[in-house]
Design a binder for this molecule. Structure first.
Ligand SMILES: *Cc1c(COP(=O)(O)O)cnc(C)c1O
Length: 243
């Protein structure tokens, strides 16, 4: 008999959890130190509901309009479930107001202008009752400094961190990075770990390191990542189906 979608998601989740456990064991770390962020940008709200039933709480999205609809749909499907929505990947400044309505964290802050747009949006949302808490953010670090792929290069990190730390609506929680395409992930994540440590030295509250995806989570865990962002390995290659 064909596997149902919930069965498939349960099987994939078990495999991802096994990989995280094994990587932590190999690195001499406790699996409690590594959070699994399910990147659900390609799947419908029904899959998010299934993943909630399977025990996941953290969901990453990068297409803001689609995500806003999905947030509402999941609220309808699982009104009482604990869940957190996290923005991963490129975010345009003109989407800041929409995002602060539902985001529990933004992992892709890579410029002063984006930080200011989010800070301003949080202030407005607080004034109108659309949001109560400040917005936790991670700075997106660019390992290779390629501006096309997003992220702030190493020489801009300190200044951006200072700026974000001074924004009343934002909370500087740490660093996020993606290993550059074609790069040696071991060298890339060693560099990311050094950048995260420098950030933490200047801003002790910025403790979160989000690094590692389906293809390289073991390497990232070896280099100290505390959040792995897993899409494909968890949900497959399925494009968002029509509803
Ligand atoms: C899509 C995405 C992921 C997940 O990537 P997979 O290779 O599918 O696990 C992680 N981080 C960001 C920023 C993404 O956009």
């Amino acid at each position: 008999m064909a596997e149902s979608r919930p069965e498939e998601l349960a099987r994939r989740l078990a495999a991802v959890r096994d990989r995280i456990t094994a990587a932590c064991a190999a690195a001499g770390r406790s699996p409690d130190e590594v959070a699994l962020l399910a990147v659900t940008k390609t799947v419908p709200a029904s899959d998010v509901a299934t993943l909630i039933d399977l025990g996941l709480t953290d969901f990453g999205e990068n297409r803001v309009q689609e995500a806003g609809r999905k947030v509402d749909e999941v609220a309808g499907l699982r009104p009482d479930a604990t869940r957190r929505w996290i923005v991963v990947g490129g975010l345009q400044r003109n989407k800041a107001r929409a995002v602060v309505r539902w985001a529990d964290r933004v992992e892709s802050v890579d410029s002063v202008r984006l930080a200011d747009a989010l800070d301003d949006a949080v202030r407005r949302a607080r004034d109108t009752g659309g949001r109560r808490d400040p917005l936790p953010v991670l700075l997106q670090y660019s390992v290779d400094g390629d501006p096309k792929r997003g992220g702030v290069p190493r020489d801009g990190l300190g200044r951006l961190a200072e700026h974000v730390a001074g924004c009343a609506g934002l909370e500087l929680d740490g660093l996020m990075a993606v290993a550059p395409l074609g790069a040696d992930p071991d060298a890339a994540f060693a560099d990311v770990a050094a950048a995260a440590e420098a950030l933490r030295a200047a801003h002790p509250q910025a403790r979160t390191l989000s690094a590692g995806m389906s293809g390289d989570l073991e390497v990232a865990i070896r280099h100290g990542s505390g959040v792995v962002r897993v899409g494909t390995a968890l949900v497959g290659d399925r494009p968002l189906t029509s509803r």
